[in-house]
Write a protein that binds this ligand. Structure first.
Ligand code: CA
Length: 564
């Protein structure tokens, strides 16, 4: 698997230096010669065993190269839908809670049902059909007579054509209300957070990359966001016409799936603060002398608003209709990435199925791991599943929260098999409503760092599949014992995940740890291209140590050239 060796002899201070490079690229690479040139004039000593090579197993072998992210062929028929059911059909009669939208029911009919029969079934309990899925034939959201959801669900299940019916359960924004005074971008800068700063030396985002912010709402004209908001080229604002005939009227920047309009900020701060903060982490404009910078300095934020003001509490925002929002994200707008900083403890069949279908479109669904439920103390999601991040679908990335200093936030859920990695989520500064800036805490804030990283990677490598992007993110993490109970065992490292990186061989002791060889070289991997040249440079240009062991080059795909 690992390929090449080469002798270096161009370091000024070297004497017959050579060391072994092990290339672990995503496809089996033939042995090849590479030129290795350092920028430092300091010493790199000869290896202990010149010419030998060593296979490292720290990360395991990368997966076979994924095919391009073209939609897979997916036949959605009764058999497929029934195969996806997470519980027996009759169990849908027992509602899991009464915490749901009062007017709405999701109902899945056998896609083969004819029009007249469908109409008869739906109109038996509905006052109107709110939404008909384009991605999943036979899936509807209906408004039910007298708001009697339990009765409607039961009546629908009496029809054999109905595969399941369920309420539109409420979801909760995974944010913690305690603001902090830590008025700094620790999450992006230096080595404390997600190391976006180092990644930005190489790539700051693509203005073609569309990222769905599925959230409470969003201040579209925030000065640090306005230039990164998607504008639907086919839609004319405010004319009451579905100009591009995509099923949505006036969807200029996305859609408000709760109020059925094109305005993602029509509840102001109550249902806008959370989404505005999340959006800024993903894509606040960078290098514009204003406020903060998101993981992507350039991108297109597609806004999906789920929030309505709670009728019983004017300061609270309820979130609904995420299944419809996700379909808009990947099918209508063509987003490869969505951020989903919300959740609940209800398995919802329609939500599960839509995320599953989004996978066939190469969609990466990044979601918060949750904030510990009602007591605010982080829970083990392996024991108490949290959704949507906890569905067992491989295009989901579930994110826990890290504090400045590397600890897991006390509120953050975790899970050795259900939560993938950590990312900054404590005292994160970002954009807030009122064209302002503020700190928020939560796995809600951690998730958009990862969604931003996924978009950054896809912006640089547009042909990468969802699994390649996920591989990069999970294998690029900074190992961190506080995140032992996650799949990766570490926290987001945008820099590594974006590029190509080095790991020192087993037994290496000179520069940091085996997993983080650049710990003492803040700018150690100054350039980490997909193809081209990898420059190695210590931060202070006074590298006096020696490299006397093998080095592994990490990237899921190649080729990589080492040089200046
Ligand atoms: Ca439209």
């Amino acid at each position: 698997m690992c390929a090449f060796t080469h002798a270096i002899n161009r370091f000024g201070a070297l004497t017959a230096a050579s060391f072994v490079l092990l290339a672990c690229l995503g496809r089996p690479a033939a042995a090849q010669e590479v030129e290795v040139v350092g920028r430092s004039n300091a010493g790199v000593a000869a290896p202990n065993n010149p010419g030998s090579s060593q296979t490292l197993s720290a990360f395991g072998a990368p997966p076979a190269r994924e095919p391009a992210a073209a939609p897979e062929k997916l036949v959605i028929d009764r058999d497929w839908l029934e195969s996806r059911l997470h519980q027996p059909r009759d169990e849908f009669r027992n509602l899991k809670s009464d915490d749901y939208a009062r007017q709405h029911v999701y109902v899945q009919l056998d896609p083969a049902t004819d029009r007249d029969t469908s109409d008869a079934i739906l109109m038996g309990v509905a006052t109107k059909v709110r939404w008909r899925s384009q991605a999943i034939p036979g899936l509807f959201s209906i408004e039910v007579v007298d708001g009697d959801v339990p009765n409607a669900v039961n009546a629908l299940l009496d029809s054999p054509e109905v595969i399941y019916a369920e309420p539109d359960y409420r979801q909760y924004a995974d944010t913690d209300p305690n603001d902090s005074k830590w008025d700094d971008l620790w999450n992006m800068r230096g080595n404390d957070g997600c190391r976006a700063q180092w990644a930005w030396d190489e790539f700051t985002g693509s203005s073609n990359m569309k990222i769905a912010i599925i959230d409470s709402g969003f201040q579209t004209n925030h000065p640090d966001l306005v230039n990164n908001v998607w504008v639907n080229p086919g839609e004319i604002a405010g004319n009451g016409i579905d100009d591009d005939n995509n099923g949505y009227v006036d969807d200029v920047n996305g859609y408000d799936v709760v109020n059925d309009d094109g305005d993602p900020y029509d509840n102001g701060a109550t249902c806008g603060g959370h989404g505005t903060h999340v959006a800024g982490i993903v894509g606040a404009r960078g290098n514009n002398s204003t406020g903060v910078a998101g993981v992507n300095w350039q991108c297109k934020l597609v806004l999906l608003k789920l929030g309505v003001v709670n009728p019983n509490d004017a300061t609270d925002c309820d979130l609904y209709n995420y299944t419809q929002a996700l379909e808009y994200a990947f099918l209508t707008a063509g987003c490869r990435v969505s951020n989903n900083s919300y959740g609940s403890y209800s398995f919802e069949q329609s939500q599960f199925n839509m995320i599953d279908v989004s996978r066939a479109y190469g969609h990466i669904f990044v979601a918060s791991a949750g904030n510990g439920g009602t007591d605010g103390v982080g829970d083990n999601n392996d024991v108490t599943p949290h959704y949507p991040d906890g569905y067992n679908l491989d295009n989901i990335i579930s994110v826990a929260s890290m504090e400045l200093g590397g600890g897991r936030s006390g509120f953050s859920n975790f899970g050795s098999t259900t939560v993938d990695l950590g990312a900054p989520g404590g005292s994160v500064l970002s954009t807030i409503e009122g064209s302002s800036y503020g700190n928020k805490n939560g796995t809600s804030m951690a998730s958009p760092h990862v969604a931003g990283a996924a978009a950054l990677i896809l912006g640089k490598y547009p042909d990468a599949s969802y699994s390649t992007v996920k591989w990069r993110i999970l294998n690029g993490v900074i190992q961190n014992n506080n995140f032992n109970q996650t799949v990766s065992g570490g926290v987001l490292n945008v820099h590594k995940s974006l590029g190509v990186w080095l790991d020192f061989g087993a037994g290496g002791s000179h520069l940091g740890t085996r997993f983080e060889p650049v710990a003492n070289m803040a700018d150690g991997l100054q350039k980490t291209p997909w193809t081209g040249v990898l420059n190695i440079k210590p931060a202070n240009n006074s590298w006096t140590g020696t490299i006397n062991q093998s080095i592994e080059i990490r990237a899921p795909e190649g080729p990589v050239t080492i040089g200046q």
